[in-house]
Design a protein around this ligand. Sequence first.
Ligand code: ADP
Ligand code: MG
Length: 688
Amino acid sequence: MTEELSLEARILKFFKEFRDEHDRLKYVEMINALPALEDKVVKIDFNDLFYYERELAQELTENPFEFIDAAKTAVIEVLKVERPLDVMHISKDHIYVAVSGEEPGYPVRLRSISSKYIGKLITVQGLLVKVTQIFSVPVKAVYECNVCGAEIVVERRNISEKMSKPSCPEHRRASCKLVKEKTLFTDIQYARIQERPDELPPGQIPRFIDVIFEKPMVDKAYPGDFVKVIGVLDIRQRQRRDRLEYDFILVGNYVESREKEAFEVVITREEEEEIKRVAREPGFYDKLIRSFAPSIYGYNEIKEALLLSLIGGEDKELRDGTKIRGKIHILLVGDPGLAKSQLLKYAAYIAPKGIYTSGRGSTAAGLTAAVIKEPGGGMSLEAGAVVLADMGVCAIDEIDKMRNEDRVALHEAMEQMTVSISKGGIIATLNARTTIIAAANPVDGIFNPYKPLVANINLPVTLISRFDLIHTIRDELSEERDRRLTEHMILARESDIPYEDTFDTTFMRKFIAYARRLNVKMTREASDLLQEYFINMRRQASMTEDVSSIPITPRQFEALIRLAEASARAHLRTKVTEEDARIAINQMNLYLRQAAMDMTTKQVDVTQIMTGTPARKASKTSTVLSIIRDLVNEKDGEAVNEEDIVDTVIRKTHIKNRDEIMEIIDKLKQNGVIYEPMPGFYKPVHSK
Ligand code: ADP
Ligand code: MG
């Protein structure tokens, strides 16, 4: 019987008869409300349609444009009955029929889009990477013949259709002009959606498709969002020199931003049980660290830091509304060739929504976001790696090479967890709840321990200070270490031998995803320990003769809390224990000792990292003194030759004048800081 009815009549019947689970005439109610709405959207749930009449749903999938057009007419028919007065002011052109639901039409992966879906309704999912500004285009254009003034109406059925200027039937050679007052315009916007980094086959370039949205679907989602788009696959002509080519384009019908959690790593019940069981075994935490990039030899503390960063602390909202980040940002600085890049790649590989990129970023958008001139005219807003990795981890290699625009935006991303952009008429704030793991090469190519950390990194201090931990990696000459390192590298290359007593990457990925979801609570014991550490460091600072030397700031205290929380999660504990506090303190100590050590005074000095100028200004005198100390220590406490001192100072520091160095040595002797046990040999009075 349904065969005899027109498509429009069948849809009308569906609107009038469909009852939802509360037995309500859902669509009649929806249509009834339209006259009062600015955007007159009728949202058809594909599942309702399927449930009501399977063939009707099929009709929508196979002939979406016809279906939607018929549905608009049906909406008007319902209005004629329900709202006879209002319907006089409403035409089909005002109605927007959207199709929603789990996966309406054909669910298609971006990788599988092909010509066979042209003209069909499909559902695709992916990362929105770019949106253009909004354009105005005619949908029903009225032209006027320049000769006789006759009106010619040109309509397009869908917004991807080309609309060309008509010619007057009477005066074919005369030109026509658009009558703007009589033309119906609509807003459109182009967007690009791309495969998510975590669904990419290894080594593949992400596939993408351009989507065209029409009001009211413009500006419904922003770059960095995971979206589900329901639309009709179409083709767009491209002129490439002498041949014709067609691009796929999706005529967007409906867009929905999805909760990022929906894409989290799936963990089955059995897997959860397994994770919990394994975590109870003794030595679990150490095994976890051992399993982090097992092909890389050594660096246990750095691996621990990266692991804690991938897991992270808890984001919090304080009672006064202040948002506190739980993300742990880590920076590795060090000599080239020491596996920094390898560690970063591994971290991005096992992290949820991990992206590995270089400081320059891999697209025109750079690291954060950019407003870009489109080749065809107009502007677009494109998201960079840090925004695309929202809710995940972004590993930025050679961060010191990043572009200036990114430097500014990264400050905001690392603390406020957003990226704001306002350029070329596009104003937007994008989410960037991203953990940053970065690596930088030293300014001089090799780390100079006699220069403050900031002087070794080509990054603004304001940015450096936003990292919770900074670990320096230095190329140490040790035959013993070299032997074990090379042995390890040889073994690592024999692919059939698994790494001894480690978890595989699948387990690591699942474990990290699982641990990230745990809620943890600070205990009194743990917070006492952290507090005590913090207060002690501050007290030590105030006891040194130099009051301005503050070894630790509240920023580090926040970092300590985050690290302790991450440690608790890594142990699958819901409470932060004293052990977690100790792990956090150990990491902080390592960082402060390596990175913040003022080599001239051997004092830990965080202000040096935070402000760029050592609180105790590194005088030439203390530089020379520290060189003498180092040399004496190397010789197990024996006095050192004046010549050696001078040579070393010239080689390692910025003091290059021989006479000046001799003068300083003299002064140190006169002041009783060093003494001369034999002529020409010196030793500090207080050895450290
Ligand atoms: P960086 O980024 O620090 O300049 P890379 O990550 O490019 O260094 O490392 C250079 C090469 O040396 C890589 O192939 C890496 O695997 C190897 N390598 C360096 N240090 C180690 C190590 N400790 N264990 C194993 N391989 C290492
Ligand atoms: Mg590198």
